[in-house]
Design a protein around this ligand. Structure first.
Ligand code: FE2
Length: 443
C-alpha cells in the first residue's frame, strides 16, 4: 500500500500524464498512468509537479529587518553595508531567530525547501551564527538550511588586526557552519583580495569544506578575483566544490578577457550564482546613461557547461526593500535581464531555481525519481515556462511525503457579457493543438 499517489501530473522535463508513488519519505515509482492503492490519491489535473525550489544565495541574518534602524536612502551596496553595520550592535538573538523563522514560513509556502544563507561572522559575539544554527536545527524537519561563514566587512579588515575576522570565521566553522565564505572585492586592495581568496580556499581545503564567496560584486571591469578563485580551486583540487556568487564585474569586462576567463572557470568546475533582483537594483549606480544591468554573463556561462543558479540574496533588508521568498519571481527577473527568451533558455531559468542550485548545495536525494526524497511542489501551471510567466501559485508543497503547505486553487469570477465566467491565465491547449477550453484542476 502506498502512502501517496499523485496522478495526471506534468513533470519539468515535459512528460505528461505521469503518476508518482510515495511510500514513507521517498518516491518509489514514477511512471505514466500508474494506478495503485494508496492512503491518499491526488489527481494533479495536468498541472506541473516539480522538485522544490532551492535558493543558493541568501542573507537570513538580515532578512525582514527593513527600516531598522532606518532605510537605505541611496539604494547602493555600500550604504547597505554601512546600514547593516549600524544595525548589528542592536541585534538580539531572539529577534534574529524570530525573523528567520518567519522568513522560513514564507519560503515553505512558496515551495522553497532548501536555502544556502550567508551569515556575518565579523561581530565577535557571533550572535547571528548562534541564532542561525538554532534556526537550522528548528527548521530541519521541513527545510534544509546551509550556512556560509561570511566576513561581510572583509576577512582581512578587522579593526584589531588582520587575524580578527579570520579567527571569528574559524570559530564559526568550529560551531558547525557548513561553508567558507569571503568578499575579496571589499578588501582594501586587489592584492589583499587575492590573498583573502588564497587564505580562505586553503582553509576550506584543510577542513574538507565547500567555498562560496561574494566575488567581484561591482561594475569595475578590473575586479578579477574570480580568476584567482578559479585558479585556487584548481591548485587545491576543490573542483565542483567552489561557488562564485554575484560575479557582476563580468558584465563589464572586456570580451577578449572573458573569452580566456570562462574556460578557466569551466576547467575548475566553478559554480556560479547570479542574483538578478539585487544585481539589477544595486549595479550601475555610478552610471548616468547608458546604465549597465550588472548581472553576470549567465547564458554564456551555462553554454560553457558551468552550473549556474539564480539566488534571491535579499528580502526586506538594508539592501532590498521587496521580495517574498518567491524563486519564480527571481527566475522571471533573471530571464528578463539575461534576455533568455528562447523556449530552451526560459526552461534553463526554471532549472536555475531548482536542480542547478540543488547541485551547488550538494543536496542528497533531490529529484523526481524513484529513491529520491518525496519533496515536491504542485504548481498552477502546465510547464516550467508557464510557471515562470505566471510566478505560478503553489497549490501543494510536500516535504518527505508530508504536506507542509497548501492553497486552494484561486478562482477569479468575471462579470462580462458573452465571455466565460472565469479566467486563470493558463494557456488553454489540447493534443493536436486545438483550443478545447480550460484544463481540469486538481481534484
Ligand atoms: Fe549576498
Amino acid at each position: 500500500m502506498l502512502d501517496l499517489l499523485i496522478t495526471n501530473a506534468t513533470l519539468p522535463d515535459g512528460r505528461r500524464n505521469m503518476s508518482l508513488a510515495v511510500r514513507g519519505e521517498r518516491i518509489v515509482e514514477v511512471s505514466p498512468g500508474l494506478q495503485a492503492p494508496a492512503h491518499e490519491t491526488l489527481n494533479a489535473g495536468g498541472m506541473l509537479l516539480s522538485s522544490p525550489f532551492v535558493d543558493a544565495h541568501f542573507h537570513m541574518d538580515a532578512t525582514l529587518s527593513y527600516g531598522l534602524p532606518r532605510v537605505n536612502q541611496s539604494g547602493t551596496l555600500l550604504e547597505g553595508i554601512a546600514l547593516w553595520g549600524e544595525l548589528k550592535p542592536m541585534l538580539t538573538q531572539d529577534a534574529l531567530v524570530e525573523r528567520a523563522l518567519g522568513y522560513c514560513d514564507w519560503a515553505v509556502a512558496k515551495g522553497l525547501l532548501a536555502i544556502r544563507t550567508h551569515v556575518d561572522v565579523c561581530d565577535p559575539r557571533l550572535l547571528a551564527v548562534d541564532a542561525l544554527l538554532e534556526v537550522k536545527r528548528r527548521v530541519a524537519p521541513y527545510l534544509d538550511l546551509q550556512l556560509v561563514a561570511f566576513p561581510q566587512d572583509g576577512v582581512l579588515r578587522g579593526t584589531q588586526g588582520p587575524e580578527q575576522h579570520l579567527n571569528n570565521l574559524i570559530r564559526a566553522l568550529d560551531k558547525g557552519v557548513d561553508v567558507v565564505g569571503g568578499i575579496p572585492h571589499f578588501e582594501r586592495t586587489m592584492a589583499d583580495g587575492a590573498l583573502s581568496v588564497r587564505t580562505l580556499c586553503e582553509l576550506a581545503a584543510a577542513r574538507g569544506l565547500r567555498v562560496d564567496m561574494h566575488c567581484d560584486e561591482s561594475d569595475d571591469p578590473h575586479s578579477r578575483h574570480v580568476e584567482t578563485l578559479a585558479q585556487e580551486t584548481q591548485r587545491l583540487g576543490l573542483h565542483g566544490r567552489v561557488t562564485g556568487s554575484h560575479l557582476t564585474s563580468m558584465h563589464s569586462m572586456d570580451n577578449y578577457y572573458v573569452s580566456k576567463l570562462i574556460p578557466l572557470m569551466a576547467e575548475a568546475q566553478l559554480h556560479v550564482v547570479a542574483n538578478p533582483l539585487i544585481n539589477i537594483t544595486l549595479q550601475g549606480r555610478h552610471d548616468s546613461y547608458p546604465k549597465r544591468r550588472g548581472m553576470t554573463r549567465v547564458p554564456e556561462l551555462m553554454a560553457a557547461g558551468l552550473t549556474v543558479a539564480f539566488g534571491h540574496d535579499c528580502v526586506m533588508d538594508p539592501w532590498y526593500s521587496l521580495g517574498s521568498g518567491d524563486m519564480l519571481e527571481v527566475a522571471h527577473m533573471g530571464l528578463h535581464i539575461g534576455q533568455m527568451t528562447s523556449q530552451a533558455a526560459m526552461r534553463q531559468c526554471f532549472d536555475a531555481v531548482t536542480c542547478n542550485p540543488a547541485r551547488i548545495l550538494g543536496l542528497e536525494g533531490y529529484g523526481l525519481e524513484a529513491g529520491c526524497y518525496a519533496d515536491m511542489v504542485l504548481l498552477q501551471a502546465q510547464d516550467p515556462v508557464e510557471a515562470v510567466r505566471l510566478r505560478a501559485n503553489r497549490l501543494k508543497v510536500w516535504r518527505r511525503g508530508q504536506c507542509v503547505a497548501e492553497q486552494p486553487r484561486p478562482l477569479t469570477t468575471l462579470h462580462l457579457p458573452g465571455r466565460p465566467p472565469h479566467t486563470d491565465w493558463l494557456q488553454h491547449r489540447a493534443p493536436g493543438g486545438s483550443d478545447s477550453g480550460p484544463p481540469p484542476g486538481p481534484q
